[in-house]
Design a protein around this ligand. Structure first.
Ligand code: BG6
Length: 438
């Protein structure tokens, strides 16, 4: 590509509403420039250096330093080479600071992730590396700590004495069409569960950090992840989408980019346990799937049933944090139906962001995280030991699935459905009440 072509590609993603947004888009494009080169040759990196130095001139004249942020959205196989070349050719040394943001996948399993770490670590310090997981930049995910630790009624009831089960679910209504080549190697567990959903889980389950300092937060996340044993195959439901019931939508394997007869997992429900005093015995269920009936990512925390007595057969309290679409927090509770009699109804205490904060623009996850990286705040980025321990939880299961052993069963489900038929029973066996409205 040349610069013009690059800018054309960029512009194709703009959503322009009015003259003002057109003006902003134009100003933005003027700030964008393009240099190309090969991953493994110095020449391209040297061109980049010349180019960046040119761009830095006005800032240096104002007394600023060469402070740079490199963002690598690359296949992991070239992370090591590219970071080494950047350090050699594009590192400002005493003249400023440099940071690198790295996009997942951070390896394929525990071993490959360690190889990757070893390639990057001698070259860039942990302090200079920002492993980005965009779920940590989502507004509702960032709200979890406030909700838990700034409200005494949640703080006091956030434990195995009061909580029956926790479900974190990710549903997408589209398949992997055209992206099958990438997805087939990865599968849904590596794509969104080992990273995005596990990050959400660690914020739900961790202890209160001693401060907002990035290392205090990350220390607590690592601690709780260490209390999670590796997931067992017997605690999973695996699925792959088939054609939709009306035949209009394709099966996963109909995609030309997917190898024939592929057993790749496009849906999974997994149970994790946390062996510590707060959570022992509480099932944490992660559920994720492509080609399902709706687009929704949410956390559902179901509280234990009240003791039967004067009220029988009533719904349980359930706290729902909807991450997307339309951020919301609602708490299902029972109240007496107004009027004569003692009948109860289930009602919601509801904080829907689009109604309450209709005049606010909630920042995009990447917007928030890139700003954090510019400021040097690591709180919402993944630390090396955190990555290691998250792979430990998933690697034995992933190896088992990759081995295609007979006991690895991948159930079909129709495109546009709720997932494999056995999911309801799987959830019920783990104490999750589906239609919690009794
Ligand atoms: C990415 C996955 O990390 O997250 C995609 O690779 C997935 O498969 C995406 O669709 C979901 O992100 P979001 O922000 O749209 O929920």
């Amino acid at each position: 590509m040349d610069e013009e072509e690059y800018k054309k590609r960029l512009s194709s993603n703009f959503k322009l509403f009015d003259d003002n947004s057109k003006k902003q888009a134009k100003e933005f494009l003027e700030l964008c420039t393009y240099v190309h080169g090969k991953y493994d040759e110095d020449a391209g990196f040297q061109d980049l250096e010349k180019h960046v130095r040119e761009l830095e001139k006005p800032s240096l004249d104002k007394g600023l330093k060469r402070d740079r942020l490199y963002y690598l959205a690359l296949p992991p196989s070239v992370f090591g080479t590219v970071t080494a070349h950047l350090k050699k050719n594009n590192y400002p040394g005493d003249e400023g600071h440099a940071k690198v943001i790295i996009e997942k996948p951070f390896g394929h399993d525990l071993e490959s992730s360690r190889v990757l770490q070893k390639a990057i670590a001698p070259v860039w310090t942990e302090d200079e590396v920002y492993r980005i997981d965009h779920y940590l930049g989502k507004e509702m995910v960032k709200n979890i700590l406030a909700l838990r630790f700034a409200n005494q009624f949640f703080n006091a009831s956030w434990n195995r004495q009061n909580i029956a089960c926790v479900q974190i679910s990710f549903k997408e209504p589209f398949g992997t069409e055209g992206r099958g080549g990438y997805f087939d190697e990865i599968g849904i567990i590596r794509d969104v569960m080992q990273n995005h959903l596990l990050q959400v889980l660690s914020l739900i389950a961790m202890e209160r950090p001693v401060s907002f300092a990035p290392e205090d937060i990350r220390d607590e996340k690592v601690k709780v992840l260490k209390a999670i044993p590796p997931i067992e195959l017997s605690q999973t439901i695996l699925g792959q989408y088939d054609r939709s019931e009306d035949g209009a939508k394709p099966a996963y394997t109909d995609d030309e980019t997917v190898p024939k007869g592929s057993k790749a997992v496009t849906f999974a429900a997994l149970q994790l346990s946390i062996n510590n005093d707060r959570w022992e015995g509480v099932p944490f269920i992660l559920k994720a799937g492509k080609a399902l009936d709706e687009a929704k990512v949410e956390i559902r925390i179901q509280f234990k049933d009240v003791a039967q007595g004067i009220f029988q057969n009533i719904a349980r309290n359930e706290l729902v944090l909807r991450i997307q679409p339309k951020e919301a927090i609602y708490l299902k509770m029972n109240a007496k139906y107004p009027g004569l009699g003692t009948r109860t109804v289930v009602t919601d205490l509801d904080l829907s962001y689009h109604r309450r904060y209709s005049d606010l623009k909630i920042p995009e996850a990447y917007e928030a995280l890139i700003l954090d990286a510019l400021k040097g705040d690591h709180s919402n980025f993944v630390r090396d030991d955190e990555l290691d321990v998250s792979w430990k939880i998933f690697t034995p299961l992933l190896h088992k699935i990759d081995s295609k052993d007979e006991d690895v069963k991948v159930e079909k489900y129709a495109y546009g459905s709720r997932g494999p038929a056995s999911v309801n029973q799987f959830l019920a066996d783990r104490g999750y009440v589906r239609d919690n409205t009794k």
